[in-house]
Design a protein around this ligand. Structure first.
Ligand code: BGC
Length: 500
């Protein structure tokens, strides 16, 4: 060593064999790694993902002794006070699961993110039921997301008119289902009062009002077409409905996209706010609002707190702000800026390009596995290989954390369903949709894996629902329309003028 000019620094106090604590940690990591990996060979990406998992296994171990006393700590479940905010009545779910007698043309509107979709669903019944769909996506410009409610609903009516014009159906009064994916107090199948806006929307004079009435008013004002708005639903419900059509075991609907939420089938006897004890009902959990009563205070980081403070709805949708696609880019940005300030990346310089709000979209690309180096260079930065690795790693930690939090909440829903059925082994299906779930190359896999780890006694099938939220509204409309027709027929007193 001397010959090569290498100096020997005698520093045993920091050598690993002298550090009982970290030596122990290394041993634990090694143990977890080898029991998960066995003989498998991994590439760089696989290894990094696995390390994230190992890290979370180690960090999630209880740090205090777990009490044997069952009365000590109660598990938080989806119907615990504060977590379940809205109950919606798809009370005859079985009717919706077998809509084999429906036929006709149905329209659906899907409003819930930055895009807005109009669908025409044609159900024909020549021996075997056939479903065809036409749809068109319309953007909602930012100024409309935060303008007046009248402007927003006028825009929706205009897009609907444009769609009907294009398909040559403007002269027909078709039944329509409206997927409106914001927290609402649903009073009837076609009446729903917006409780509060989420996901970057903040239009005036809509909160507290019936969104179906506002849409009807906007359509009436135009006067160039007419429509029969039959039902309004949440996207989670639409997703569960659509998946339930293919798989009758589907009893949970989950969205992980711009926002996040889930619904599930709950026993009526557990729902205090609804009369009757028989049967089941769909509960729209609005789980994005979990934490708004302080339940997540021990978990929220300074970054999530900062995002919340600067948001349009401070103090609201705290769980959503920890996991959904709308906030992931900003989370990564805040972490990188802090790391730069503390000198860990970018040579300690917080370049304006990194802190700029426009950068969020670019950081989102890294989260979705674009090359960090390419994205950072496009931003005009000159990253070192370490800066790129750190950026990639932050993205990975943020998205893994989101997947695991989502899995943890879903696991509690599954336990609730299992307990309701008083079965040792639950077999169930979760219908899922949302841009994060669909487009992130590893989110789904990480979430599934964690769910299986948390509830090993549940056989869960995840069914991805293509177009679920919009299609679901059309399905509910089709069934409700048929039930209405049948009801009207039964009420009808035959007169002598009726054709025989
Ligand atoms: C809304 C929910 C919706 C979810 C997913 C949340 O912000 O409050 O109603 O289901 O986003 O779109």
């Amino acid at each position: 060593m001397l010959q090569r000019g290498i100096r020997w620094k005698f520093n045993t106090p920091t050598a690993s064999h002298h550090g009982g604590v970290w030596e122990h940690q290394i041993q634990t990591v090694r143990k977890v790694l080898s029991s998960l990996l066995k003989q498998q060979m991994l590439d760089e990406e696989g290894l990094q993902t696995l390390l994230c998992e190992v890290e979370s296994i180690i960090n999630s171990r209880p740090i205090t002794t777990v009490s044997d006393d069952s009365s000590d700590l109660e598990r938080i479940n989806p119907v615990s006070e504060g977590s379940c905010t809205v109950v919606w009545a798809v009370d005859h779910y079985d009717v919706f699961l077998c809509p084999h007698t429906e036929k006709g043309d149905f329209l659906a509107l899907d409003l819930g993110g930055t895009n807005f979709r109009v669908l025409l669903v044609k159900v024909s019944d020549n021996g075997r039921q056939k479903v065809e769909m036409e749809n068109q996506i319309y953007a909602i410009p930012e100024h409309l997301m935060r303008g007046s409610g009248t402007q927003l609903f006028d825009h929706i009516a205009e897009c609907l008119a444009n769609f009907m014009e294009k398909l040559g159906i403007k002269d027909r009064k078709l039944p329509l289902g409206f997927t409106f994916s914001f927290p609402c107090r649903q009073t009837k199948l076609d009446e729903s009062l917006l409780v509060s806006w989420t996901k970057g929307f903040k239009c005036s004079s809509v909160e507290g009002h019936d969104v179906v009435a506002l849409l009807r008013k906007a359509i009436r004002k135009r006067g160039d077409f007419d429509i029969d708005i039959v039902a309004v639903i949440n996207d989670t419900v639409g997703t569960m409905m659509t998946c339930g059509y293919d798989d009758h075991n589907c009893e949970v609907g989950l969205i992980v996209g711009t926002g996040t939420n889930a619904c599930y089938m709950e026993e009526m006897r557990h729902l205090e706010t609804v009369e009757g004890d028989e049967g089941r009902m769909c509960v729209n959990m609005e789980w994005g609002a979990f934490g708004d009563n302080g339940e997540l205070e021990d978990l929220r980081t300074e970054f999530e707190r900062e995002i919340d403070c600067g948001s349009l709805n401070p103090g609201k949708q705290l769980f959503e702000k920890m996991i959904s696609g709308m906030y992931m880019g900003e989370l990564v940005q805040l972490i990188l800026v802090k790391m730069a300030k503390e000198g860990y990346v970018f040579q300690g310089r917080v370049m304006s390009a990194l802190a700029h709000p426009r950068t969020l979209q670019d950081l989102l690309r890294v989260i979705y596995h674009f090359s960090a180096e390419k994205v950072l260079r496009e931003l005009g930065l000159d990253p070192s290989p370490e800066d790129c690795a750190a950026t990639q790693r932050v993205c990975q930690v943020v998205s893994t954390c989101a997947a695991h939090l989502c899995a943890a909440t879903l696991a509690s829903v599954l336990r609730q369903i299992r307990d309701n059925k008083a079965t040792d082994r639950l077999r169930t299906t979760v219908g899922v949709d949302g841009s994060v779930y669909k487009n992130h190359p590893q989110f789904a896999q990480r979430m599934h894996r964690m769910v299986h780890r948390l509830v090993p006694d549940c056989d869960v099938r995840f069914l991805y629902s293509e177009d679920g939220s919009g299609m679901g509204a059309a399905m509910v409309t089709a069934v409700a329309y048929r039930l209405d027709m049948q009801h009207a027929e039964r009420q009808h007193v035959p007169s002598s003028e009726d054709p025989h």
